[in-house]
Design a protein around this ligand. Structure first.
Ligand SMILES: [Zn+2]
Length: 366
């Protein structure tokens, strides 16, 4: 394997070498003889194999066997400083250019064992079901398309209206009166003809309305308005099929999102089961909130924030570059506090009838 050095800088200070990859931290390595600095310099010159590095270091006056070099490389790998040189691209110059920033992002997480391209490939093969392409959903679609999701089904039953323009930037003036699902799909096709997109102009008024849509899907994202239980139906469809579900929304002063990793973390129904009794004042408040009619006060910056948080969580599920952050938590961002996030744990309810429907998944103990 040819080993490549990631973009980093270093400086010798006495017997130590200070290496910076992320500007937030410096790594201190003991390097009294300068071998590590020589190894880094060689790697910066060109990607090389351990055998080639052993020869090259000889020219710097260091007699190191291939095994010695391999040991040194595994140290650098554990610090996240090197990667497999051949895994830095997708192998097609046009695709590499299109995904330039995506590949660069995964460069931080790549190693000798995990190539940048290996993070991107599952996204390009993923099919995401987007529920609602309105406020949060329209920027969610844009973020997913940018990340390189290969296939999307977009569900919405609304028409484009002038009042949407404050926050739904997928749509243009000429789209007014037309199906949002259709126009959002048209945007995706124009943006990247390589993405498969299926518009579904449908009103979800019963759990069955989702049954055919979850087939072959890798992740469900978004939030349905209309019926107050629509998100619970989506939750049930997701858990039953073992598909991660990422949802979010807003009230007057908070943005909120969470994700459900079926069978592993709490689902939306676990949360509902935990609600205060109907006849307490807290219970009554819940009921009022649930049935409250609210002229949607979400502006562009807020709606984009929700869409972007959902896309970010979706990216974690689909690439595994880090574990999902909002699984088992309700994350709220308080607009009165400058969007400081608060992580409220959502415990899994052992009595939950919906969680029980989750199919067994690889690596889980039942
Ligand atoms: Zn549950």
């Amino acid at each position: 394997m040819r080993v490549a050095l990631k973009e980093c800088e270093w400086e010798a200070t006495g017997e130590d070498l200070l290496v910076v990859f992320d500007a937030r931290e410096a790594i201190t390595l003991s390097d009294p003889e300068g071998q590590v600095a020589a190894l880094l310099s060689e790697l910066r010159r060109a990607p090389q194999t351990a055998a080639e590095l052993s020869v090259a270091l000889g020219r710097h006056g260091f007699s190191l066997s291939e095994e010695d070099v391999t040991g040194g490389l595994s140290g650098l790998d554990s610090l996240g400083l090197i990667e497999d040189a051949d895994g830095r691209t997708l192998g097609d110059p046009d695709e590499d250019e299109r995904h330039f920033s995506n590949l660069s992002f995964y460069g931080t997480y790549a190693s000798l064992d995990r190539r940048r391209a290996a993070f991107l490939r599952p996204l390009r093969e993923a099919h995401v079901l987007v529920l609602g392409v309105g406020g949060g959903g329209s920027s969610l679609v844009q973020c997913l398309a940018g990340l390189g999701v290969g296939e999307m089904t977009l569900v919405d039953q609304d028409r484009v209206e002038p009042r949407n323009f404050a926050r739904q930037f997928l749509y243009r003036h000429a789209d007014i009166g037309l199906s949002k699902a259709e126009r959002a799909a048209a945007w995706v096709r124009d943006y990247d003809p390589g993405i498969k997109v299926h518009p579904v102009d449908r009103w979800v008024s019963a759990p069955e309305d989702l049954a055919d849509l979850v087939q072959g899907v890798d992740l469900i994202a978004g939030g349905l308005d209309g019926h107050p239980h629509a998100n619970l139906w989506a939750n049930e469809a997701a858990v039953r099929a073992g598909i991660p579900y990422v949802l979010g929304g807003a009230n007057r002063s908070q943005l909120m999102y969470l994700s459900v990793d079926p069978g592993r973390t709490a689902c939306l129904a676990c949360d509902y089961a935990d609600r205060p009794a109907e006849d307490t004042s807290e219970g009554i408040a819940y009921r009022i909130v649930e049935n409250m009619k609210l002229s949607n006060p979400l502006t562009g910056p807020m709606a984009m924030q929700v869409g972007s948080l959902l896309a970010f969580e979706a990216q974690r599920y689909l690439t595994g570059y880090e574990p999902p952050r909002a699984a088992g938590f309700r994350v709220t961002l308080d607009m009165r506090e400058g969007l400081v996030p608060e992580w409220q744990p959502l415990p899994k309810n052992p009595e939950c009838q919906i969680c029980r429907l989750a199919p067994p998944r690889e690596g889980d103990r039942r």
